[in-house]
Design a protein around this ligand. Structure first.
Ligand SMILES: *Cc1c(COP(=O)(O)O)cnc(C)c1O
Length: 257
């Protein structure tokens, strides 16, 4: 059987360069969580490093610890942040957490007591309502200058809920909300856009963009042709070719026409 999933690493690299060129002078990271969306985090990370990527995001501490030797020299960020179990392993491996809660901030600050402030990203919730600091927590953190002083914040980050829909009112709302939230904190570099966010315009680029799906060939635009190169191709044996009436449907939900 020759069933295979073919991953074109050259197309992947071309997609990274395309994104990097598009967002310049902002920095372009690569989101390689969930095994680089199923394509294999190690190989994807190595190929992207070749293409000049020096900044990666994964979801979990386990992913980061497995990956860190493949991307040594690059910045490796963990979206879920830290807990009491992972904090020391991550710090020892120089992996950088995205801090989503006040508790995580305290834990990270405590882990570097006496040493250099540890690098981190602060996640501010501008309307996704999933992870991150809300207004009350941002104010509480801003008031605690001693705690803030123990953090070395690389970026203030937020995540868009509706970037896939370019005309959605939630996009500019989140941009404004993010500005309001970060006005409480000392000035810092910012990161807003996922793949689709990059195509909303330069005001969404900030200092660092975080594409995932577009690097793997997914269309990041809500309308129009896909600007990305095809990375993944599924190969298999065709079992049956059928002719059906043009008014018929195909498959579950009778949805395909
Ligand atoms: C998954 C994720 C991304 C990448 O999103 P894509 O839509 O795949 O580009 C960026 N930022 C955060 C916080 C994410 O969780």
């Amino acid at each position: 059987m020759n069933r295979r999933l073919l991953v074109d690493l050259n197309a992947l690299k071309a997609n990274y360069r395309l994104m990097q060129g598009k967002v310049k002078p902002a920095r372009c990271a690569a989101v390689i969580k969930a095994g680089a969306y199923g394509l294999g985090a190690n190989r994807v990370a190595c190929a992207l490093s070749d293409a000049g990527c020096d900044c990666f995001f994964v979801a979990t501490a386990e992913e980061a610890l497995e990956l860190c030797s493949y991307v040594s020299g690059a910045d490796l960020y963990v979206l879920e942040g830290i807990d009491a179990q992972s904090v020391h392993d991550l710090r020892n491996a120089r992996i950088i957490p995205v801090l989503n809660t006040y508790v995580q901030v305290e834990l990270w600050a405590k882990s570097c007591a006496g040493g250099q402030p540890n690098r981190c990203v602060l996640h501010l919730d501008s309307g996704m309502n999933r992870l991150g600091f809300d207004e009350a927590e941002v104010r509480k953190l801003a008031a605690n200058t001693r705690l803030l002083g123990r953090l070395n914040v690389d970026y203030l980050m937020t995540h868009l809920a509706c970037a896939d829909e370019a005309a959605h009112e939630q996009n500019p709302l989140q941009l404004r909300r993010f500005e309001q939230l970060r006005a409480h904190l000392p000035p810092c570099r910012i990161s807003i856009a996922n793949s689709a966010g990059i195509f909303l315009g330069t005001e969404y680029h900030g200092d660092l963009v975080r594409p995932g799906i577009a690097l793997y060939g997914g269309n990041p635009k809500s309308v129009g042709p896909n600007p990305m190169h095809e990375v993944v191709r599924a190969c298999g044996r065709i079992v049956q070719v059928r002719e059906i009436h043009r008014a018929s449907t195909v498959g579950y939900g009778a949805s395909a026409i």
